[in-house]
Design a protein. Structure first.
Length: 262
């Protein structure tokens, strides 16, 4: 088994530079023997801690994504939070550089998306070509859950084209766990509410890998039992559950932006 690095995935800005403190000391020498279910940010140079004043135009974090800095332990290089404004979708110089990493380093290349236009970005990303005319991107990491379902069709299309699908925020930052309809279905199916929420994602046609987000042992234990629930959800139940919880994408992201982050 190989290590999966999801480069640039949010893990709390103050912790970027402390990643080695959270991992075994031999992790970088044995990374290719370890399977990771959570992503991590790597290749960031710390400029300052939060709550400091910077000179005008100075950025808090300078991203160093050089091949030398990332080393030889990369299977998946994922560009963080692609947007139409960032230029990543149209900059051929970047595309050529990513394709070089792909061909010379054997990396898979992907990107993550956020916001109400996730589906449009995914559709645009699928059209990016490498020098030989093949699709450049192998993977997409997307927010999809019981509340935010807008990217469904785009994720299905991406999966059918051969892209690997990774789902983040499967529990909607905890908001899905408070949804009364999910509680009703959890009681009906005799399972925990987190399990029904994750099961409904895993039962989707795009067959994703879902980032757990668990931070406590009991949360992880509950999450790991989700596969038993997936097989019990009938297609009719899946549609009813999803339809009973969906909210508009704009409302979802507006609420998310107002959340208090620890």
């Amino acid at each position: 088994m190989k290590c999966i690095w999801i480069v640039g995935w949010w893990w709390g800005a103050p912790c970027y530079h402390q990643l080695p403190l959270f991992l075994p000391t031999n992790i970088f020498s044995s990374a290719k023997e370890v399977q990771w279910g959570n992503g991590a940010t790597h290749g960031f140079e710390l400029v300052a801690y939060a709550m400091v004043e910077l000179e005008q135009g100075k950025q808090h974090k300078v991203k160093d994504h050089s091949v030398e800095e990332l080393g030889e332990y990369i299977d998946l290089y994922q560009v963080h939070s692609a947007t139409f404004d960032s230029g990543i979708l149209t900059n051929t110089t970047i595309h050529n550089a990513l394709n070089q990493c792909k061909t010379e380093g054997g990396w898979s290349i992907g990107l993550s998306v956020s916001g109400p236009s996730q589906d449009e970005i995914i559709c645009k990303a699928m059209k990016i070509k490498a020098d030989d005319g093949s699709r450049l991107l192998d993977s997409v990491q997307c927010t999809f859950n019981m509340l935010e379902q807008r990217p469904l069709l785009a994720l299905n299309e991406a999966s059918e084209s051969g892209m690997d699908i990774i789902i983040k925020e499967g529990l909607a930052n905890g908001r899905a766990l408070r949804h009364p309809k999910l509680w009703e279905w959890a009681q009906k199916l005799d399972c925990e509410v987190d399990q029904i929420a994750l099961a409904c994602i895993l039962a989707q046609p795009f067959k994703a890998r879902v980032l757990s987000g668990a931070i406590m042992p009991e949360q992880l234990s509950s999450n790991l039992e989700v596969m038993e629930i997936v097989d019990t959800i009938e297609d009719t139940d899946l549609k009813q559950i999803m339809d009973s919880c969906i909210m508009s994408s704009e409302e979802y992201w507006n609420e998310r932006s107002a959340l208090a982050w620890n």
